[in-house]
Structure formats: C-alpha cells, structure tokens
Design a protein. Sequence first.
Length: 250
Amino acid sequence: MENDSSFNLNVDHYGFPPSVGLYLPRGHVAPADSTQQRQQVKIVESEIEEKYKAFKQFDTVGDHSDHFYLKFRTVKKPSKDWVKRIQHEWKVLGKDLPDTIFVRAYEDRMDLLRAVIVGPAGTPYHDGLFFFDVYFPSQYPCKPPQVNYRSGGLRLNPNLYACGKVCLSLLNTWTGSGCEMWNPSTSTMLQVLVSIQALVLNAKPYFNEPGHSMYANTPLGEKQSLAYNEETFLLSCRTMLYSLRNPPKV
C-alpha cells in the first residue's frame, strides 16, 4: 500500500498556508486558471452579438432558388401601380417590423418575400424560428398575398398545415368578417406577419381548431390544451432540427 504522502497535494499553490493539510487521490488534476477561457468566451459572445446586430430585420438578397413560389410568376411587365404598392410594402416592413420578425425581399423578383417569425414567449413556440414564403400575385392588393409555411412535413398548429397551407382570415383562407378579412385599401404584409405571430403562434393553439373554442376555460378544455402544447413543443423542436439540417437561404 502506498504511503499517504503520495496522495498529498501541495496546497500553497491555491493560496492556502503550508500548514493546511489537503489530501486528494493520485491522478487528480487541480483546476487550471480559467481566466483565459473566460476571456475567450466573452470574445465569442461579443462576436455573436455583433453579427446579430448586423443582421438586418429587412433586407434585399439575390438567392431565391429554394423559394416555394419560385415557379410562380407575375406578368413580365407588372403595372406601375403594382410596383409602387410593393415598394410601399418594403418601406413599411423596413420601418415597422417588430424585433421578432425578419424579412428578405428580392430585387429581381419583387413578387416574392421570405419571412422568419420568432415564436413568442409563453407559448409552445417560444424562441423557435418559423419560416414563411410569400407571393404577391399580379392582382395584388386586390387579392391578398399567398403564404406558404415551411413545415418540414410537421403540423404544429391547427392553422399551419403540413403541406404548408396557412389558414388566416386576413389571407382569405379562413372564415372571418369585417376587419378580419383582407382589405385592398388598408391591409398590409406587415399586418399579415404580425397576425400569424399573434393569432396563430399563440399560447393555446388547441383552441384554434374549429369546435374546440367552446371548451375554453373548462377543466376538460384546459387539460386537452396542455396535452396539445406538450406535443406542439416537441414538434417545434423537431421543426428547428429540420431547419438546421435544411437551412433556408436568407
């Protein structure tokens, strides 16, 4: 058996007086000074923060090769009114987008947009990134934009189909009345995106399903809603994995 002295660690290196006895097993590696590691972490965090700040909420890009509506096409020479309206949409998006929505437009395809919406806090979509491809038809704004959700084959909301369909009154793809429906004079693309974030990606999406709203604020309804949220959170995580493996061009 080895002598106890073989287990002794010279503790004065750590600022203890030599008289203090400390015994640790042979092979134990004392923690090294991590000051340099902390500095490296701060540098990396600073670089990430700078990149995030430099990532514009609205910008124009060139690569739309993976856009869902790539093969859709407005007339070769759109009307001046159409171009003016799209430019107005760009201006509104560039000025008024909330911090949790990012949009990319295309100089050579003014009829296309791509948006990413960050899932709101307090919902099963919290901090998830949800991508939507947008197409402005030649009749816009007399007709609403077409919106496709990049689902990865997963349905995590009653209003977002696995095929990409987005059910929203403002898009005329869901029932509604009055100001809930698309109005060519007042409705905007910004309004569509904010509505998706607030009305679709909400805290209790279970009640978005027709017939479920009657059970809101009841024990049965809340129990079903909680179970739906748990499943939705898992689907949100799977959606993020899909996006990481198949990153959209932004």
